[in-house]
Write a protein that binds this ligand. Sequence first.
Ligand code: 6CS
Length: 317
Amino acid sequence: DTWRFGLEETEGSVQYGYAEEFKKLIEEKSDGDITVELLPYGSWGSSYSALYDAIQSGAIPLGFGSGFLGGTVPESQLMSLNYVMPNDQMETAEILNSDDFLKSDAWQDSFRERGLVPLGALPEGYQVWTTNKEVRTPEDMDNLQIRVMDNSLLRSTYEAYGASPITIAYGELYSALQQGQAEGNIQPVFAHENMGFYEVQDYMIFAEQSQFIANFIGNEEWYDDLSDDQREMLESTLDEMVQKGHDIQTQFNSERLETIKENSDINIIHLDENERGAFRQLAEPVRQTYVDMVGERGQKALDIVLDHVNQSDDKAE
Ligand code: 6CS
């Protein structure tokens, strides 16, 4: 068998690093019966909807779907909410990959209704803002044309901050930033480096507002038709990949930050707790926007996450 695996990112990215490790484990465990074929950004067509369509049709049975997936699976915009997930990135990975969340009817049905199955979640690192001017307050963001991935929840979030969000395809973003069509960008550190975006931006602002989280998805029919052995092998690999995915993303993000510092004089700003508080306050009502947008199922999925977040806060106290 060949398992084709479609990635939203290029070689040198966290998704690619994850997929290489996943491929190694599956090929070892199946004694070579299964080959995993990696299809990086661009190899499956030019827009993300081509990738998601191919996963829905089964032409590519495995893939990642993140911010742009909101048009296909509206509930998946849960992953775009700001100031919801725990600060600890491994804890976030554990909650989002727990049976409680992942196997819940709310999450399963959201994907299955669209011919997909959610297999796991990959936090790829904190989302970091870049701009050409210093941004520390929502006032600084006033009318800023910041580029967001194509989903309504992200647009609502950045409108709540006072910005004027715009959507541009990932592959067109470098030149859009260079030409000033977009005044700001939001990516995990590794992507600012991997795609060269930092070269055409002056400030990097860490606001700890959210982590970039990709859903690992499969074609529903393909998944349901796996043999018991194959499904078990897939599930045990997915379990192992939670820690490995975390290790890959933390390594990539810290190494790439060093590369950015070495190759540029970009100004790096870390917002303090007070400064973050101003954004946190504006993000709070957007949780209700999410529920209004996607309905009861989304509310249930959000509640499961919030329950776990509260439990881990209690433990930390
Ligand atoms: O910003 C984007 O469009 C893309 N960025 C990353 C890091 N992964 C995929 C996503 O679609």
